[in-house]
Write a protein that binds this ligand. Structure first.
Ligand code: DGJ
Length: 729
């Protein structure tokens, strides 16, 4: 008898149960499709994300499930038979902790010729709760943006503990995760690892500058490491500038479940009946041809949809920070403007140190929050400087950090209740400053007014650098009610976004840089209100090669502020040749971050020429397609990349030597992205003392450059070359 029971038990546990498919749903772009199936019991099953298919009929065959391998649902909740990390976990008004979602309806509308919006409505089986999955498909860019809304009509409040933006279910033999980790002045370090059984999570609970130590973006390559030009790669980037969590769970089924969204840590949201909560967007892309294609998808999507003025070209900037820090007077700034104009720079930006009344901002410990001009330093005010710049033929920009306050400031004396703190606990200082509580609408108005007042100082202000130099800790809000203290992260970020939104609408032509002490807010939640970001406070060209390599995976060159700085470098103390520093800075949005008076002799001519050359080639760098060639993480000690214009008539190629290479060996690089049939003339730009390539001045077919390659005459550490390729008849 015992044996019979055991046999029946084993049989039942391996028994395959059928599920009849009632309907297949899909969200597609030009080359990809995401497929879901609705079963006869109204479950919404996650089926596929990958190359576009001609026909989805085969998804209608009966679905097979075993008790050990429940079918992946499109949006897993805590409840039902699945036991993975839930995308949704809530507590109903009556204390029940389970949710079971069933499919209700789908609608798809064309927003325009390139964007469709699919809305899938789900309802709880037992409670009056609506969960709606929204998918915006960007056809040409092969990008799908997903977000979720939730609302209810229960008798009391519900408590939402987990509310992810998106979920992905993959099935392969192996999964490699690429993510981007680092620290201040060392952001976006590339890391790749094989996922093993269990849960790997990438997350932040820093509240502000959450992208600095771990960027909320990742790549998953299946059955092999991520290659640039081959293999299946899935990518996700969370558009959120606060606490986030990306979880990768490899379970007994061999499937990988990816749950991505706001970090549930200490963030329960109490939701009244009738109120709707919306998650940030999770931006997905898939490529069958490696990760370079993923980057191109994100770049073209962001230039078109997720970056201010993505179609414009960015001006060349001289930023005052590393040139004068906070130690300047009016004459010093006028002379920086003179030099900027002399070098052909197009925008001068006055960084930190220009403000403060009772507590002048001469050091980082005072004045933050008091946004009046420091008349001792700048007796004629900001308008005078901005007018002077315009007279010199360049534009003028200004630095602000309006979310923060020094204890030594009039603002902190006047509004202690605006500071983020909780109970009797001391708010900790970071860089001598506190955070203002943007969950409070009064603080939002203050930040807006600060911005208005600063911009009103001169009609000639055309650029704002918005900084944020600390995290959030010991959090709490004097504005939020006791039962909603855990809303702090959500409300702060919504407050910040609503300020950004208002200011962006009010000042549509301003260029706004997203700074955040370098790399702190490099995320698509904040970026859509900005024109560019400051990728790192580390301006050392060698470090920048690594930082910009990581950054390039999700963010386009047009948005990456990349400045020529002094040697030895102020952060690292490392001396580097001027040509190397210029060649690296030119691969992004070029700028200068030094005292121009320190450039001497023939270097002056070199920098002036480089600035003029950048103007000629910047449309290729800022609007072209990126092709990463050699990764700096390769053991070969080379790094290289190129940009190619969309019609393949122009390309700019950058190569950097990071080590000593035997002088008997030439480096040969096979180029990418050119038209095989076109003829290209190769010109060396930023030429140093010796010619970097025997190809310079010659004409080659694209097929030759891509199959045989181009030879470089570089061998020493920190030698570099930039080649321009132009189509000729
Ligand atoms: C941090 C920024 O990243 C720097 O560029 C500079 O603006 C300083 N803050 C000013 O305090």
């Amino acid at each position: 008898m015992k044996k019979l029971f055991l046999f029946l038990f084993l049989l039942s546990s391996t028994l395959v149960c059928g599920q009849v498919v009632r309907q297949n749903l899909s969200v597609s772009t030009e080359n990809t499709v995401m497929v879901f199936s609705v079963t006869e019991s109204d479950e919404l099953i996650y089926r596929y994300y990958g190359n576009k298919l001609q026909n989805l009929d085969a998804f209608s065959y009966e679905l097979q499930r075993t008790p050990h391998q429940p079918l992946p649902v499109a949006y897993p909740s805590f409840g039902g038979i699945a036991s993975i990390i839930p995308a949704l976990k809530l507590t109903h008004a009556d204390g029940v902790m389970i949710s079971e979602l069933k499919f209700s309806e789908i609608s798809t509308t064309a927003v325009d010729a390139n964007v469709t919006e699919t809305v899938i409505r789900m309802k709880d089986r037992c409670y009056d709760i609506d969960v709606v999955l929204h998918f915006k498909a960007y056809l040409k860019e092969d990008v799908i943006a997903q977000y979720v809304t939730i609302s209810h009509r229960e008798k009391g409040n519900i408590k939402v503990e987990n509310l992810a933006s998106g979920y992905l279910n993959l099935h392969a033999d192996h999964y490699y995760l690429t993510h981007f980790a680092g620290a201040w002045a060392d952001e976006m370090g590339w890391q790749e690892e094989l996922l093993t059984r269990g849960v790997k999570s990438i997350e932040s609970i820093k509240g502000v500058r959450t992208a600095q130590t771990e960027n909320p973006s990742f790549l998953i390559s299946v059955d092999g490491k991520a290659e640039e030009y081959a293999g299946d790669v899935y990518a996700g980037a969370l558009a959120w500038s606060s606490n986030y969590k990306l979880s990768f769970q490899l379970s007994e089924s061999g499937c990988l479940d990816v749950v991505a969204g706001m970090n549930p840590f200490a963030s329960t949201l109490t939701i009244e009946p009738g109120r709707e909560i919306k998650t940030p967007e999770m931006i997905w892309s898939y490529s069958h041809n490696g990760k370079n294609r993923i980057s191109q998808n994100f770049h073209s999507w962001s230039r078109r949809y997720a970056l201010a003025h993505g179609d414009d070209l960015r001006p060349i900037v001289l930023n005052s920070w590393e040139g004068v820090y906070m130690k300047f007077d009016e004459q010093a700034i006028l002379s920086l403007i003179d030099d900027a104009a002399e070098y052909g720079v197009e925008m001068f930006v006055l960084d930190d140190g220009w403000f403060g009344g009772k507590y002048p901002r001469d050091k980082a410990d005072s004045g933050l929050g008091d946004w009046m001009v420091n008349k001792r330093k700048l007796p004629h005010g900001i308008g005078y400087l901005a007018d002077y710049a315009v007279k010199k033929g360049i534009r003028f920009g200004l630095w602000i950090e309006p979310e923060m306050v020094n204890p030594r400031s009039e603002l902190a004396e006047k509004h202690p209740e605006w500071i983020v703190k909780t109970g009797k606990y001391t708010p900790y200082l970071e860089r001598n400053q506190w955070l203002l509580d943007l969950s409070n609408p009064e603080v939002q108005r203050f930040v807006e007014k600060t911005f208005d007042d600063v911009v009103a100082m001169s009609p000639n202000i055309s650029y704002i650098k918005w900084d944020a130099n600390r995290h959030a800790n010991n959090v709490g809000s004097s504005y939020l009610p006791v039962e909603k203290q855990s809303h702090f992260w959500y409300e702060y970020t919504q407050g910040l976004y609503s300020v950004y939104e208002k200011l962006r609408n009010k000042y549509p032509d301003l260029i706004i840089q997203l700074c955040s002490s370098g790399g702190g807010r490099v995320d698509y939640g904040a970026l859509k209100y900005h024109d560019e970001f400051w990728a790192s406070d580390n301006t050392n060209a060698v470090n920048r090669i690594y930082i910009q390599y990581g950054t390039s995976h999700f963010f386009p060159a047009i948005a990456i502020g990349s400045h020529i700085s002094s040697s030895p470098n102020h952060q690292t103390g490392m001396p580097l040749p001027l040509k190397f520093r210029v060649d690296v800075a030119m691969s992004g949005r070029l700028g200068m971050e030094l005292q121009p008076q320190d450039i001497k002799g023939k270097d002056i001519v070199f920098v002036k020429r480089a600035v003029e050359t950048y103007k000629e080639v910047r449309s290729v760098i800022q609007h072209g397609d990126l092709f990463r060639l050699k990764s700096p993480y390769d053991s070969t000690d080379w790094a290289s990349l190129m940009y190619v214009s969309s019609v393949q008539n122009k390309a700019v190629y950058f190569v950097y030597s990071l080590g000593y290479h035997n002088r008997h060996q030439f480096y040969t690089e096979k180029l990418k992205g050119l038209s095989p049939d076109k003829r290209y003339k190769v010109t060396e730009i930023n030429k140093g003392n010796k010619s970097a390539s025997s190809a310079a001045g010659k004409v080659f077919m694209g097929e030759y450059l891509m199959n045989v390659g181009i030879q470089l005459n570089l061998s020493k550490p920190y030698e570099s070359a930039v080649l321009l390729l132009e189509e000729v008849e």
